[in-house]
Design a protein around this ligand. Structure first.
Ligand code: ATP
Ligand code: MG
Length: 628
């Protein structure tokens, strides 16, 4: 057993003592009396009786030692602005916002919906909610009225905080009219809307409902709002899953367990310390943004960079320039962002001084080996793949260099993270599977601290959705397909829905994608299983090329298709060979950057693609249709 596995073993087999130790990295106003209440599994309550507060741990707690150090660094390449807030300034801003929310009647347990781009006011508002014991529901700024209206109805917020507009790639997207429309569609309209007016989009405030953030900020300047101490299990926020596989689920998070999970992960997974600077390129609308733009780094006493912009504007070196400028130690990004960079000048990876950077963490989708290798060699840094879900709140599988620097394997998110009793399970029998056997990745309850407590307002759906799909036992299904090898390194092979059954052989989409991606002309690809009369299912691949020009040359495209099939034959055998490989310039993805395979399958099979409200660019699906 290596040191990481030993740590994990202790977390499961000496659970109470282990988590009591971890809980010491959080400030408790009232100590907990019991580590775990598992009397109602699969519902679990961590740190029973303990009272704490996320905002206090993220802000107040560091005022003694780090008041004048940067805490929040905002960089926008969209509006060409940078602002740095020290911990004390962050404290002042958060208190002012807490006071303005309080003045609108917001208190413990009330919901506040946040519909904002990546601006500091969004972070102040999240922390202000936490301070008041109010529950925030951040809705990704790219969502339109229908998604927004659903989330308004689900949360029935007292107040919504929004901005006039966001900007992406230099193009302004108005938020306010989308919000107005969503409110008109919703059954539970909020009493108040607070608008951050960035001067990007002119709008007419709704009289009696809309308030101006800047005016309120002035009015509440210097206000101090006492922290509302919450019992550990009281909810901190609700956040929806990305909607890659269907209707998004409203994940409810607790307070104490989440604080402990994040604080401990900053040390053991991210290998950082107070005073470091952390850059995460996700969005506050996603779980990665909640945990590792806002709460994790701040609770860990680190400075966090909030970046509004794309990875390629003004050029593909922008992220590395931020690492150099702010001496970033820890960076977190997504495979989809790195695949975008693969189409840019590779020289940009070498242009900046990256000596401060210890490692690049990546999550969100399978990180294929060719992409991992490309970026690791380009940067000369370790790549730490980590696998998790909105539901879990922090990584399930990851390299954990803060415990011990065990070498990683490209394509593998390494080992189970402490607290997660994760197994590979046969979906027919419910039995645990041994090494090198493919099955469903599942977690034996209790879910660890920081993982979801339930689905918001729907305990029955929580049990039914996550704990009822495996026969003969009540375990949490991730709905991902995977295995671990002889050295106990884990591999995620795709979603269980996407497993392809070709003439009796079961293949994860990821295995074939990995193989296609290893062809040097390919930037990224998606493989789906399509119904076939003869074979049951066949694999069909869609690839984006590094040189998009090739698509318009039928001869070259045909040659390339043949070459790619040969690569798959050699690596996986003829059974995995896609029936077709088609070339497109972009893949249909969710707004969080995940490939929407279910929509591709539907189009390939001539069916209606169904709910597409989370799609980033509908024209990508048109391309798929046209390419067939
Ligand atoms: P929905 O649950 O609504 O369909 P979603 O599953 O895409 O949406 P998220 O919680 O954002 O919502 O994504 C979690 C999923 O992303 C995981 O279940 C897994 O399929 C994939 N994933 C995340 N990180 C990794 C990783 N490092 N390697 C492989 N897959 C990953
Ligand atoms: Mg999911």
């Amino acid at each position: 057993m290596n040191a990481v596995q030993d740590f994990h073993h202790r977390s499961i087999h000496d659970r109470d003592r282990f988590w009591k130790e971890q809980a010491a990295s959080v400030f408790w106003e009232t100590p907990f009396t019991k580590v775990l209440d598992d009397s109602r599994l699969p519902f679990a309550k961590w740190f029973v009786g303990g009272r704490t507060n996320l905002c206090y741990n993220a802000v107040d707690r560091w005022l003694d030692t780090r008041a004048d150090e940067p805490a929040l660094i905002w960089v926008s390449t969209e509006v060409d602005q940078e602002e740095i807030y020290t911990r004390r300034q962050l404290f002042d801003e958060v208190n002012a916002v807490a006071a303005m929310l309080q003045a609108q009647g917001v208190g413990r347990g009330d919901r506040v919906l946040i519909y904002m781009p990546m601006v500091p006011q969004a972070v102040f508002t999240m922390l202000a909610c936490a301070r008041l014991g109010a529950i925030h529901s951040v809705v990704f700024g790219g969502f339109a009225s229908v998604n927004l209206a659903q989330r308004i109805d689900d949360a029935s917020p007292k107040v919504i905080v929004c901005a006039d507009a966001g900007s992406r790639g230099g193009k302004v997207t108005p938020y306010k009219p989308l919000l107005d429309k969503a409110i008109s569609l919703s059954k539970h309209p909020p009493g108040r809307v607070i608008v951050v007016n960035r001067g990007l989009f002119e709008f007419e405030p709704v009289a009696g409902r809309d308030l101006d953030y800047a005016a309120l900020r002035k009015q509440f300047d210097g206000a101090k709002v006492p922290v509302t101490w919450l019992e550990s299990s009281e909810p901190s926020y609700v956040l929806y899953t990305s909607g890659t596989t269907g209707k998004p689920k409203g994940v409810q998070r607790d307070t104490g367990g989440y604080a402990v999970a994040l604080a401990s992960s900053m040390k053991h997974i991210f290998n950082g310390k107070p005073g470091d600077t952390y850059l995460c390129t996700s969005d506050i609308g996603w779980v990665v943004g909640h945990s590792y733009i806002v709460y994790g780094p701040l609770i860990g006493g680190q400075a966090t960079i909030l970046y509004e912009g794309t990875p390629i504007r003004p050029d593909g070196g922008i992220l590395w320039s931020l690492v150099e400028k702010y001496k970033v130690q820890t960076m977190f990004s997504a495979p989809t962002a790195i695949r975008v960079l693969k189409k840019q000048d590779p020289g940009l990876l070498k242009k900046y001084d990256l000596s401060s950077l210890r490692a690049l963490y990546m999550a969100g989708e399978p990180l294929d080996e060719p992409t991992a290798q490309w970026i690791s060699e380009g940067l000369g840094k370790p790549i730490i793949d980590n696998y998790w879900q909105t539901e879990t709140g922090w990584p399930i599988l990851a390299g954990q260099p803060g415990i011990a620097p065990i070498p990683t394997k490209f394509g593998s998110p390494s080992f189970p993270v402490y607290g997660f009793d994760v197994r590979v399970i046969d979906e027919q029998t419910g039995q645990d599977l041994g090494p090198n056997k493919k099955g469903v990745v599942a977690i034996v309850p209790p879910l660890p601290p920081g993982a979801m407590s339930t689905i918001w307002n729907d305990d029955a759906r929580f049990v039914e959705t996550y704990f009822s799909s495996i026969p003969n036992r009540q375990v949490y299904s991730t709905f991902d397909w995977g295995l671990y090898d002889d050295d106990q390194y884990w591999f995620i092979l795709g979603r269980t829905d996407d497993v392809i059954n070709v003439a009796g052989h079961r293949l994860g989409t990821r295995e074939i994608e990995e193989s296609i991606n290893s062809h040097p002309a390919v930037a990224e690809c998606a493989v789906v299983g399509v119904a076939d009369q003869l074979k049951g299912q066949v694999a069909v691949g869609f690839a984006v090329l590094k040189d998009a020009g090739l698509i318009d040359q039928p001869q070259a495209a045909m040659r390339l298709e043949g070459e790619i099939m040969k690569v798959v034959d050699e690596q996986l055998g003829a059974v995995a060979r896609p029936a077709r490989v088609r070339f497109v310039t972009t893949l249909p993805k969710t707004r969080s950057g995940k490939v929407l395979r279910r929509a591709i399958v539907a189009v390939c099979e001539g069916r209606d693609p169904g709910d597409l409200t989370t799609i980033e660019d509908p024209s990508a699906l048109e391309q798929i249709k046209d390419s067939l």
